[in-house]
Design a binder for this molecule. Sequence first.
Ligand SMILES: *[C@@H]1O[C@H](CO)[C@@H](O)[C@H](O)[C@H]1NC(C)=O
Ligand SMILES: [Cu+2]
Length: 172
Amino acid sequence: MAWKQMLVVAIAVAALCVAFLPGLAVAMEHVVGDDKGWALDFNYTAWAEGNQFVVGDTLVFEYGTASHDLVEVGGPDFLACNQPDNAAVWTSGLDRVPLDKAGPRWFFCGTDQHCERGMKLKITVLETAPPAPQPKPPLVAPPPSSPAGKLEAGFGEAAAVVTALAVAMLVL
Ligand SMILES: *[C@@H]1O[C@H](CO)[C@@H](O)[C@H](O)[C@H]1NC(C)=O
Ligand SMILES: [Cu+2]
């Protein structure tokens, strides 16, 4: 393949990426507990409900190492606040936990009775980010042009790609 053709293909791929970028998720860092960090007297259940966790994201636990640590366990040990010998333990005070697989993860503080006092976090990691919520439909009946509107939106993306290709060919 000539280098010019290869360049056109590369530009087309780049244009496609840009056209569909809004649909791609960006890896997120979640500071557990927000400004409260990893601490007592915070409802981590409610915090988890207000966040979305996707594979590739990272949990960041911030805490004073004199008072707290971080332990990851399985579901039954989480319920019982039991720290088995083989549990993963972090103690840096600024622990970054990569969410590398989908499914539930269970964490608690292994200090004193902190787990029993609610210093525990269960999250569910999603394989991919769910689609952004659609805007609420208007209360009045939707105009009959709705499907055409969708078609136009799709056409807009296709047009962007075609335009990028045309520009690429003109330039080369
Ligand atoms: C924490 O928040 C969850 C969800 O909002 C709620 O069901 C639960 O009762 C709260 N726990 C405490 C100890 O307030
Ligand atoms: Cu603690």
